[in-house]
Design a protein. Structure first.
Length: 202
């Protein structure tokens, strides 16, 4: 008899049961695999729509600083048809040439430090827009690990020109009030329409 005392008929029945189980698994795979692939395609399409319609530029870089992905909205935000940076280090492309000369070294130093420390970072800098004007941009980056353990970095960049211009005007206004209040001996006060004190000289 052999095989733990089972008969030939029992072994044949067990093999048939295993064949049916295998056929059921293959059938399920034939149904589930296309569903999984479709879900992946939908997820990728959703991510692409998000990246295309975001007001921020998204870069993904590998561990050596080479660009792996750039969101398709980059050219519209920068105001020109840009260089294809994919596959290149960001500072070795024409993109870096449009960073304001006074900000280039700070940007390079920040990115070198990220390579060493892996820390999150943030940088505000001027960038020459396609219309020839200087815009202020803010980039924030952080490292992450992929599902397969590869080190990556994601960098989110946004145009902050309006914010920086508002801060510049605020600083000018504060300087003007300070100069005015220090230049005179009388107390100067500013009131709003309802009589609330907005400013009193020192």
């Amino acid at each position: 008899m052999g095989h733990s005392g089972r008969t030939k008929a029992e072994l044949i029945a067990e093999v048939e049961a295993l064949r049916k189980e295998l056929a059921a698994l293959e059938a399920a795979q034939d149904v589930e695999l296309p569903r999984a692939m479709e879900a992946l395609r939908e997820s990728e399409a959703s991510y692409r729509r998000l990246a295309e319609n975001a007001s921020d530029i998204i870069h993904e870089m590998d561990d050596e600083g080479r660009v792996l992905f750039v969101s398709p909205n980059r050219d519209a935000i920068l105001g020109y048809r840009g260089v294809n940076a994919v596959g290149h280090r960001i500072l070795e492309t024409e993109i870096a040439d449009n960073v304001h000369p006074e900000d280039r070294e700070v940007m390079a130093e920040t990115l070198r430090n990220v390579d060493v420390t892996g820390a999150e970072w943030q940088l505000t800098y001027r960038y020459k827009h396609g219309d020839g004007s200087w815009h202020w941009f803010e980039s924030k980056g952080r490292r992450f690990l992929t599902n397969t353990g590869e080190r990556r970095a994601v960098v989110i960049t946004r145009d902050v020109t309006d914010r920086e211009e508002a801060l510049r005007k605020l600083r000018q206004s504060e300087r003007r009030y300070r100069v005015l209040s220090e230049a005179i001996y009388n107390v100067v006060a500013e009131l709003d329409a309802e009589g609330r004190v907005l400013f009193v000289s020192p």
